[in-house]
Design a protein around this ligand. Structure first.
Ligand code: B1M
Length: 237
């Protein structure tokens, strides 16, 4: 076997528990990028066992790793299947951290209610947005597909999110977003929420026309927009 292959074998046999913290965090960024769920589960457990606070593991190992994934997705280096795998790996780490974070009362970056609008059953893009938002540290309440305005109203009343997100993939269902926004206006609730919309047939002009706060071209843009809008809103308070 050549030296090159020996080196490759060595790389395959990385034992996470033998890495120091810095190496382990870097390895976890690579493992997230490669969608390695078991390794992320193990890495998260090791850092917690070494006394890292859950919010530190979240920020430095997971969120930072997903930030890199988000950039490469935005730049067309990674595609939907890879991002879904990364997001899935992220979920393995989040599954361990979520209850611990709830115990410590660590503040999330923000909260979002999201759903695909009435008449529309497309959910792949919405799920990707949800996962990327969770990866960025947001709490996400996902209402699923085919949501009438009543579902959105009930969810915002129950969860008091910062953001209401809507997804539509059909030219016939995208106008329903305006129905939801108009209902919020009628009920005097519009200014209480940041409304973000997305989906393949939409564009910025449409987002403006229906009175959304922003149109998000993809999941990475949704995360960046959500972060900046929530920060603006908190600063204004
Ligand atoms: Co449908 N479908 N489909 N479909 N489907 C489209 C959308 C279509 C463009 C295909 C075509 O004809 N070329 C077309 C719409 C045409 C139009 O309206 N002008 C179409 C049609 C016509 C239909 C049916 C009517 C077909 C029929 O039954 N005759 C039917 C409708 C059912 C219904 O909803 N009532 C239908 C059904 C289906 C399937 C069930 C088979 C399946 C959906 C499976 C599922 O979602 N679980 C399906 C699929 C897969 C597609 C295509 C091929 C792919 C959509 C997708 O998942 N893209 C699609 C063609 C296409 O878009 N190329 C098509 C990948 C996904 C990651 O991208 O959803 O754009 P996307 O999400 C992006 C961004 O848009 C953004 O971020 C995401 C990630 O980067 N984003 C948001 C999305 N939502 C956001 C929300 C946000 C922020 C950003 O909130 C803050």
């Amino acid at each position: 076997m050549s030296d090159d292959n020996d080196q490759y074998d060595d790389e395959e046999d990385i034992i996470l528990s033998e890495l120091n913290n810095e190496e382990l965090v870097e390895q976890m960024h690579d493992d997230l990028y490669n969608g390695l769920k078991d390794e992320i589960f193990e890495g998260t457990t090791i850092l917690l066992d070494r006394g890292w606070a859950p919010d530190k593991v979240l920020a430095e190992a997971l969120v930072e790793g997903m930030r890199i994934v988000g950039i490469d997705f935005r730049d067309g280096i990674l595609f939907v299947p890879e991002v879904l795998m990364a997001a899935n790996a992220m979920k393995a780490g989040m599954g361990i951290l979520r209850p611990l974070l709830a115990e410590t009362g660590a503040e999330t970056i923000g909260k979002m209610v999201i759903g695909t609008v009435k008449g529309d059953i497309h959910d792949i893009g919405k799920n990707l947005v949800s996962m990327m938002m969770e990866g960025a540290g947001f709490e996400v309440i996902d209402l699923g597909i085919n949501n009438p305005v009543e579902n959105y109203l009930a969810a915002i009343e129950e969860h008091k999110p910062d953001i209401l997100g809507m997804s539509a993939l059909l030219t016939t269902t995208m106008p329903y977003m305006k129905v939801v926004i108009d209902t919020l206006k009628e009920q005097g609730l519009r200014d209480d929420y940041i409304v973000l919309v997305g989906g393949a047939p939409l564009n910025e002009e449409f987002g403006d026309a229906i009175g959304a706060d922003a149109y998000c071209r993809d999941a990475a843009v949704a995360v960046e927009t959500a972060k900046s809008k929530v920060a603006e809103k908190r600063a204004a308070r």
